[in-house]
Ligand binder design. Structure first.
Ligand code: PLP
Length: 265
């Protein structure tokens, strides 16, 4: 079986054991076809790399919000990383619970923040000071305390195939610049409807080697130590992303063992 699950057999494209012309005849075209066994195998490989460390793998719904794909990942034990109210809706439709959800992304609307709090998501990853204040206000209105994480921009050099999929370099719109993290931690301590439960980061997509992660993790750990020193009950470290997938034959698969070794240390 090919690593993707797709291969030609006697000139006929197959997805796993299924000849695609049969599927086309049954459901028409265009049709999107995914290989569940490939998803299962890749999920298990990532999960096993972290064996022995308490961990939870969150799938970025922006990558594919097909309900069958999401349900399959849920059955495997995954959670989701969402960036909109629409993605929250689809995740819930696929059977995820709020506790399986981390809400990231710049530009969350007040309505989306309220939906996330009503769904009791695990964490809202804060991407700006204005958003922190907005989350506190929405939580106060709903009479709840919002579990939040600060998304730190670790400001490391990231090598990605396209400049627009870097997220963890200095000047990117994502996350809190590292020099501002202390101030946000202080502000969090002054707000009564947010609780700082985690620190996170996301470096970019299609990162083929673990160097940026190696550079960034000490910076994330420093932010965690600072917040803990101020008495915040940090329980989660959100370590993303994004492990590369080979779309073209010259592209490399992510070195998951290297990635896991760094996180483990
Ligand atoms: C918070 C967050 N999660 C996930 C992603 C998706 O990237 P990947 O699946 O490559 O980690 C992004 C991309 O910008 C992101 O910002």
């Amino acid at each position: 079986m090919s690593p993707t699950g797709f291969e030609y057999r006697d000139g006929v494209l197959h997805a796993e054991e299924v000849a695609l012309p049969l599927l086309a005849a049954a459901v028409g075209t265009p049709a999107y076809v995914y290989c569940a066994n490939t998803v299962r195998a890749r999920y298990r490989r990532l999960d096993q790399a972290f064996a022995g460390i308490p961990h939870h793998i969150h799938f970025a719904v922006k990558a594919n919000s097909n309900l069958s794909v999401l349900s399959l990942l849920r059955e495997l034990g995954a959670g989701v990383d969402i960036v909109s109210g629409g993605e929250l809706y689809r995740a819930l439709q696929a059977g995820f619970h709020g506790r399986d959800v981390v809400f990231s992304g710049v530009g969350k609307t007040v309505q989306e923040i309220a939906q996330a709090l009503e769904a009791e998501v695990q964490l809202i990853n804060v991407e700006s000071e204005a958003e922190l204040v907005a989350i506190d206000a929405v939580a106060a209105r709903l009479g709840v305390v919002a579990p939040i994480a600060i998304r730190v921009n670790p400001e490391v050099t990231v090598d990605t195939p396209h400049a627009y999929i870097k997220t963890g370099e200095k000047g990117q719109k994502f996350g809190i610049p590292r020099d501002d993290v202390a101030r946000l931690v202080e502000l969090t301590g002054e707000l009564s409807h947010v609780q700082l439960r985690g620190m996170g980061m996301h470096l970019g997509s299609q990162i083929g080697n673990a160097d940026p992660l190696r550079d960034a993790l000490p910076r994330l750990l420093a932010a965690i130590a600072y917040a803990q020193g101020k008495g915040h009950p940090i329980a989660f470290m959100d370590v993303g992303g994004g492990l590369s997938v080979p779309y073209e034959s010259h592209e490399r698969d992510a070195d998951i063992d290297d990635y896991a070794t760094i996180v483990r240390a």
